[in-house]
Design a protein around this ligand. Structure first.
Ligand SMILES: Cc1cc2nc3c(=O)[nH]c(=O)nc-3n(C[C@H](O)[C@H](O)[C@H](O)COP(=O)(O)O)c2cc1C
Length: 243
């Protein structure tokens, strides 16, 4: 295993941080690493907002759960798909900006490629990170707090700091359950392959002192109702067509 792969495989989300601040040089290095990620046709449809004000952090921590780590971590970022630059450039050129689901996908893919490089760079420098999807509980409030214009679409937050905990790695599906040769497997084969993973996952939760549940049980619960149904209306309010 080389050092890069070792760093990638050492990932686990960190939810408790030391108070030690992150030097600006480290943030700058991680930013450049994030920007070095591939981007659809070089459109660079993302931005990242560093949230420094305590009061804003606390409000986001509250609406995200509450998740107090959002307030307490040394650095908190909101990762956004950013179509605004494209809107401004297109309109300056005298054309109408035409929104589409494709542009929304490009922005969310670009933002996530950026974010994962950003995270890995921090992790390679010894920091721990935790993505915060909880901000999508209340995007209109996040929007107001960050003064987001039309075309800027918050996706998730990111806590960064030196770890104050050393959690176990959360087990992943077996490689043969995610890499398929030539064609997708039969449903029966897919489901049968999950039993062993359920057992590993239950053991992982038991070892963490969490109530033991099979992975498939939690998935069956999670996807049996519509999660965060207001997202479409919010994103459309930012000038985005999801058609
Ligand atoms: C987009 C995204 C949003 C997430 N949101 C949250 C969150 O709001 N709070 C949290 O504690 N963890 C959050 N996580 C972390 C996941 O729960 C975690 O990555 C997953 O359980 C796998 O564990 P690991 O990262 O320790 O390997 C999020 C992860 C991703 C990728």
């Amino acid at each position: 295993m080389n050092d890069t792969i070792r760093t990638m495989r050492a990932h686990r989300s960190i939810r408790a941080f030391k108070a030690t601040p992150i030097p600006d040089e480290h943030i700058h290095e991680a930013l450049l690493a994030g920007q070095a990620a591939a981007t659809s046709s070089a459109v660079q449809a993302f931005c990242v907002i560093r949230v420094r004000e305590d009061d804003t952090r606390q409000k986001i921590a509250d609406l995200a759960g509450p998740q107090q780590k959002v307030r307490d971590c040394p650095a908190f970022f909101v990762i956004c798909a950013d179509l605004r630059r494209h809107m401004l450039i297109t309109e300056r050129a005298g054309n109408d900006y035409t929104s589409s689901l494709e542009a929304f996908l490009v922005g969310s893919i670009d933002a996530s490629l950026f974010a994962q490089n950003f995270v890995l760079a921090f992790e390679s420098l010894g920091y721990g990170t935790c993505y915060i999807g909880g901000i999508r509980n209340d995007l209109p409030t996040v929007d107001k707090l960050l003064n987001l214009p039309r075309g800027v679409l918050p996706m998730y937050g990111l806590c960064v700091g030196l770890p104050a905990q050393d959690p176990d790695h959360r087990p992943r599906l077996a490689p043969q359950q995610v890499l398929f040769d030539d064609r997708y497997p039969d449903d029966a084969d897919m489901l049968a392959g999950l039993d062993a993973y359920d057992e590993t996952y239950r053991q992982y939760l038991t070892d963490r002192g969490a109530p033991p549940a099979a992975w498939t049980e939690s998935i069956a619960k999670k996807f049996s109702y519509a999660n965060r149904p207001g997202l479409r209306a919010y994103y459309e309010s930012k000038g985005i067509s999801l058609d």
